[in-house]
Design a protein around this ligand. Structure first.
Ligand code: DGL
Length: 261
């Protein structure tokens, strides 16, 4: 099984991509909605949560880990790799950065949670991939609740997005990484504000590309992932809201399994 965790619902955007592109690979999902949001918490606390979430997923039979949360990817991946050396760990920052480095001349924008922006992970990553490139980052903390409340496309959301994106617009960026699980829902609004010349990068798509390449190239890795094992969903707080939004986003009936933690 592929074990996927996120701070709550957002990582379901990664599950959706997995369902579409790697159908028949089992997924066990853990949404840590009881401790959501991660976006404003310290790196140390997020790392502790990430380790606990991974232990839970391992106990559920996960053999490969996908850190779907950008904030957890920014802070906790090194600690997870050290702690669980037998488990391949995939995350959402590296693949998006690699794509941005491949298609940009030198001006890359990133939008993300406050915690991700403050971690400096994109700047560090880009300076080793393409030292001549400049990263312009902007935290957009209101985007997550707007998406969860179903406010995509409302004039208020467009106005908030314009305020956040204006500084990036004036920097003449070529690519923009949608560095948070929820932001691809706002793709149309963001594209309208940034204009057609700015290429938007969805980390979920880049992550699944990376997984897919490894599955083709590495038989042992392929064998680690059960086929036709289905999808299981867990949350640290079993709420009707979680099930309702998850069902809406995935387009399939989502019922949460037994609680954890
Ligand atoms: N999942 C988080 C991320 O991708 C966003 C929500 C949160 O702040 O917990 O960064």
């Amino acid at each position: 099984m592929i074990g996927v965790f996120d701070s709550g619902l957002g990582g379901l955007t990664v599950v959706k991509e997995l369902m579409k592109r790697l159908p028949g690979r089992g997924v066990v999902y853990f949404g840590d909605n009881a401790r959501y949001p991660y976006g404003g918490k310290s790196g140390a606390l997020i790392t502790q949560y990430a380790i606990e979430n991974t232990e839970f997923l391992r106990a559920q039979g996960a053999k490969v880990l996908v850190v779907a949360c950008n904030t957890a990817s920014a802070h906790a991946v090194a600690a997870l790799r050290e702690r669980f050396p037998d488990m391949p760990v995939y995350e959402v920052v590296g693949p998006a950065l690699a794509r941005a480095a491949a298609i940009s001349e030198g001006r890359v924008g990133v939008i993300a949670t406050t915690g991700t922006v403050e971690s400096g992970v994109y700047e560090r990553g880009m300076s080793s991939l393409r030292p001549e490139a400049t990263v312009f980052s902007q935290a957009c903390p209101l985007f997550v609740p707007l998406v969860e409340e179903g406010w995509v496309g409302k004039p208020e959301t467009e106005s908030i997005a314009s305020t956040y994106l204006l500084p990036l617009h004036s920097q003449d960026i070529e690519t923009l990484i949608l560095g948070c699980t929820h932001y691809p829902f706002l793709r149309r609004t963001i594209a309208k504000i940034m204009g057609p010349h700015v290429r938007l990068i969805d980390p979920a798509i880049e992550l699944v590309n990376e997984l897919q390449r490894r599955l083709v190239a590495d038989h042992a890795f392929d064998a680690m992932l059960t086929k036709h094992a289905g999808y299981r969903f867990h949350a640290s707080d079993r709420t009707a809201r979680f099930e309702r939004i998850a069902t809406e986003w995935l387009g399939t009936d989502v019922r949460l399994a037994e609680p954890s933690h």
